[in-house]
Design a protein around this ligand. Structure first.
Ligand SMILES: Cc1cc2nc3c(=O)[nH]c(=O)nc-3n(C[C@H](O)[C@H](O)[C@H](O)COP(=O)(O)OP(=O)(O)OC[C@H]3O[C@@H](n4cnc5c(N)ncnc54)[C@H](O)[C@@H]3O)c2cc1C
Length: 473
């Protein structure tokens, strides 16, 4: 009896539910990865994520070969066609894979389940709880995170597992394409792109466990580097969600409970957004709050200069610019900045959230549709349990609060390194002689603010209020 396990984004063998189940029920298991070049062309993918994916896939294949005398079969092409031919070649009896939840994957997987001539079994692996597992008393999906979270914490959580032993028959395998073959090159503006692979993921987890107790108090200060930075590993499944949850539980002996639980709450946010996407697949294109579907956002083509200044970190608001430059140079941005810059894109620049989404999708090393749509719609005040539209982040006071020493700003906006502390958050207020002393001219070496925040804040609130009025009429 032979099962094919189609590996997609769970790039590990340990605690991989589809492998565990296949190995339990079949003597022979064929793990296969299908590289669909069409996907690389059609999706807005960027260098950091493709590099991370490739390194993780390569490491998985090498680990299976070197340590386990097994293989990961690589095929190139369209998934249904490649699976059909693999079934014919190997006379496999069943196909196993872990479920995915984006509209794109759901459509693809449905077709495969319907058209493949062998039984297909799918599994929950990527999240702790999925679909309808956590519902309200009225059996409807939760729209408010706080209530969802309470149940998330109460529910029993499976422990990670090693698959039983299995053998992999010899099957033809292709190579893993290079980045060049896929059409990706390291852009000049990127200088600190993270490495992929399970080994690196486990190292990060170990490091983070030593400091998880401080997470609650320090996570909002980007200069402190107090978050796990596990997001691309979670996205590509080089570590499993159960594994990291239970590893965080193990730190209860020597780390502060408040830090551990606040971190676990983030894992619950992730599940929350996955279930929002599952029940509302339309949110990839439309706001969850329908009344905001016709807001007159400005497209990046309409305001080309504004768009360029935003993505290049040249808005003249130092904290916003620091966040956007961190993203541009590394492919990752701290959560506090993701909230601030996205709020700024909305309330200050009135940029179309879908343009922002496409940019993030290309740039984020951890781009994950559920969390990204959830996060953007939260900051734009158009999503589930979103930031209310009238509560607008102030880019200056936000910086004073979350970067009190200016360390983060100075790292990512080095031209501000020498200006007096009192002007770090408002460089445009520097008198000319101070600018000359600090060797920086505002408007030349660093931009004037792109907007008047107070005016833009008022205008944005009025636009939201008008949309609310229209809905009532
Ligand atoms: C506008 C916006 C867009 C975002 N886009 C993404 C995205 O594409 N991919 C992504 O993984 N996260 C996204 N997030 C959530 C969050 O910013 C990142 O998960 C986090 O910054 C990753 O860093 P970390 O691994 O150090 O997180 P930690 O603070 O260590 O958190 C641990 C894990 O919990 C999950 N998590 C943390 N915060 C959130 C959250 N608010 N929502 C959902 N899951 C969360 C992530 O998997 C993260 O790795 C977005 C947030 C916003 C506001």
């Amino acid at each position: 009896m032979t099962a094919i396990v189609w590996i997609r984004r769970n790039l590990r063998e340990y605690d991989n539910t589809a492998i565990i189940k296949a190995a339990e029920e079949h003597r022979k298991v064929i793990p296969v990865y299908i590289v669909d070049k069409k996907y690389f062309r059609e999706q807005t993918l960027g260098y950091p994520r493709v590099k991370f994916w490739r390194e993780s896939l390569t490491e998985l294949k090498q680990n299976l070969l070197r340590h386990k005398s097994k293989d990961l079969v690589i095929r190139h092409g369209e998934p249904l066609e490649k699976l059909e031919s693999l079934v014919q070649e190997t006379e496999a009896d069943a196909l196993y894979f872990n479920r995915d939840y984006t509209p794109y994957s759901r459509k693809r997987d449905k077709e495969i389940i319907e058209r493949l001539e062998i039984p297909v079994k799918t599994f929950k692996d990527h999240v702790m709880f999925e679909k309808d597992e956590i519902l309200t008393e009225k059996e409807t999906p939760y729209k408010v995170y706080g209530y969802y979270k309470r149940k998330w914490f109460q529910r029993e959580k499976r422990k990670p597992q090693e698959p039983e032993d299995y053998s992999v028959p010899v099957v033809d395998s292709s190579h893993i394409p290079t980045l060049e073959e896929l059409g990706f090159q390291k852009p000049d503006h990127m200088n600190e792109v993270w490495s992929g692979g399970r080994k690196e993921g486990l190292k990060r987890l170990e490091n983070f466990k030593q400091q998880i107790g401080a997470y609650k108090n320090q996570r909002d200060y980007p200069a402190k580097d107090a978050t796990s930075k596990l997001s691309p590993h979670i996205k590509f499944g080089t570590v499993s969600i159960r594994e990291i949850y239970w590893e965080s539980e193990r730190t209860r002996r020597n780390q502060a409970t408040e830090g551990i639980e606040t971190w676990q709450e983030e894992l619950a946010w992730r599940d929350f957004y996955y279930q929002v996407l599952w029940h509302n697949p339309q949110t990839v294109n439309r706001p969850f709050l329908e009344q905001y579907n016709n807001l007159d956002w400005r497209s990046k083509e309409d305001v080309e200069e504004v768009w360029k200044r935003f993505v290049n970190g040249k808005t003249g608001f130092p904290f916003v610019d620091a966040g956007m430059r961190q993203l541009k140079q590394t492919g990752w941005m701290h959560n506090r900045l993701r909230m601030l810059v996205t709020s700024f894109a909305c309330k200050d620049l009135w940029l179309d959230w879908k343009d922002v989404h496409d940019y993030y999708k290309k740039m984020f090393i951890d781009a994950d549709i559920a969390s990204m749509v959830g996060g953007i719609q939260w900051a734009y005040s158009i999503g589930t349990d979103a930031q209310p539209y009238f509560r607008v982040f102030n880019p200056t006071s936000h910086a004073e609060k979350y970067d009190p020493d200016g360390e983060y700003i100075k790292k990512w906006v080095p031209e501000l390194q020498n200006i007096p502390e009192s002007y770090l958050y408002t460089p445009w207020r520097m008198p000319e002689y101070v600018q000359q002393n600090a060797d920086i001219i505002i408007g030349k070496d660093y931009p004037e603010p792109i907007v008047n925040h107070d005016e833009r804040r008022k205008e944005a609130i009025e636009r939201f209020e008008k949309a609310n009025e229209n809905q009532k009429n």
